[in-house]
Design a binder for this molecule. Structure first.
Ligand SMILES: *[C@@H]1O[C@H](CO)[C@@H](O)[C@H](O)[C@H]1NC(C)=O
Ligand SMILES: *[C@@H]1O[C@H](CO)[C@@H](O)[C@H](O)[C@H]1NC(C)=O
Ligand SMILES: *[C@@H]1O[C@H](CO)[C@@H](O)[C@H](O)[C@H]1NC(C)=O
Ligand SMILES: *[C@@H]1O[C@H](CO)[C@@H](O)[C@H](O)[C@H]1NC(C)=O
Length: 356
């Protein structure tokens, strides 16, 4: 818990300045935990969630491309900040004025490494997402000029949540090359050096305020538990993830020193998520060791239209074999915020309470 608070004071002032701005612009990068529908536009992508039962608890009960029965954590945090969740990059036309109000580039199956999630055929890797942001930047420059475009980017918030697939859909898959080719020490160095280049490139494109979401306890998600004989968390996987998180934290500190005016922060939600999984009843849940949609396998694991779903979706921490339920996302977003504001109440920007 104490570790989760590191950097929160800086995060609060960043969030507070954002909430006080007339219309804070946010750019979101990531994987299926943050996607809002880009992969729907990729014809051959196998990482899609635009069919029932996805979205059953979302506004209107329709699947949108979110990998959840309802909202993502990002959706809930946007509401708390009083801004609409930024639209999917591919839902906008290339010259859309809306590009200036924030964009979500996230793509299910994506990783830090290009070859992560290759069996999904099509997805935007983090490199692809940065290239797409570069196109957005050029469009904005053409509309308002270089100086104003740089200012817009300098003041915008960049939320990044990536890396889970580099484990779940790469290193931890015994039939893929990376898990055989590298030791974990080598693999985590490869991830961190690649991330260094990627964040530096975003900085060159004008990003200054960057929040990087650390990884959750991946050893405890249903798709990993099924690999243990008794359905327990994979301890070694959790240790690797914690090592990744601490190396990211160190990288962000290095970048803050190397890049003038850069403010990069780690949002380490690992302890919050682990507590929710270990003590589900504390948060009003009944089950955290299996998914509501009964699809616990180590590959696939998405909730298909012919899957059987649980009777009461608010009792489950996990919706499918990889992704938290809407109810869990609500708790995590709430915990994240109350942790944020209880550590410095005077800096609270007074999040709106609409929609909870
Ligand atoms: C990954 O792909 C991107 C875009 O397709 C490319 O720019 C980049 O050089 C590739 N990275 C590596 C390490 O191959
Ligand atoms: C952005 O794209 C342009 C080409 O449109 C390229 O010259 C430039 O190097 C790219 N910037 C970064 C930081 O990748
Ligand atoms: C989940 O935990 C419960 C006990 O809390 C146990 O009865 C059940 O077998 C576990 N399920 C799996 C899939 O491990
Ligand atoms: C579903 O589960 C929640 C949490 O345990 C409980 O509060 C609620 O009453 C349940 N709803 C139904 C319809 O059983």
């Amino acid at each position: 818990m104490a570790k989760a608070m590191l950097g929160f004071a800086a995060l609060i002032s960043m969030m507070a300045s954002m909430a006080s701005a007339a219309s804070p612009v946010t750019f979101v990068f990531g994987d299926s935990l943050t996607e809002v529908g880009n992969n729907n536009y990729l014809q051959y992508s196998l990482a899609k969630s635009n069919y029932p039962w996805y979205g059953i608890d979302y506004n209107g009960g329709q699947a949108t491309g979110r990998f959840s029965n309802g909202r993502t954590i990002g959706d809930i945090i946007s509401v708390k900040l009083g801004i609409p969740p930024p639209p999917a990059y591919l839902s906008l036309s290339p010259n859309d004025d809306a590009l200036m109000e924030g964009v979500n580039y996230a793509s299910g199956g994506a990783g830090i490494l290009n070859d992560t999630g290759l069996y999904f055929i099509q997805r935007f890797s983090f490199d692809d997402q940065i290239n797409n942001f570069n196109k957005t930047k050029s469009t904005i420059k053409a509309k308002i000029g270089e100086v104003a475009a740089n200012k817009l980017c300098n003041e915008a918030m960049f939320f990044i949540g990536i890396g889970s697939n580099d484990y779940v859909n790469n290193f931890l898959q015994p039939f893929l090359a990376d898990g055989q080719q590298y030791t974990h020490d080598e693999f985590v160095e490869l991830l961190i050096s690649t991330l260094d280049q990627q964040l530096t490139k975003l900085y060159q494109l004008g990003a200054r305020k960057i929040v990087f979401h650390g990884l959750g306890p991946l050893g405890c998600i249903p798709s990993q538990r099924v690999k243990s004989r008794k359905g327990e968390c994979l301890k070694r996987v959790n240790e690797w993830v914690m090592e990744f998180n601490s190396k990211v934290e160190k990288l962000l500190r290095t970048l803050n020193n190397r890049l003038p005016n850069a403010k990069l922060l780690l949002a380490d939600t690992y302890p919050l998520v682990l507590d929710l999984i270990n003590n589900p009843s504390t948060y009003g849940f009944k089950v955290s060791n299996t998914s509501c949609c009964k699809v616990d396998t180590s590959i696939g694991g998405l909730c298909l239209p012919n899957s059987k779903i649980c009777r009461n979706r608010t009792e489950y921490v996990f919706w499918d074999a990889f992704h938290p339920s809407d109810a869990a996302n609500a708790v995590l977003a709430e915990k994240f915020f109350s942790g944020l504001f209880s550590s410095a109440p005077s800096a609270a920007p007074g999040p709106s309470h609409q929609g909870t």
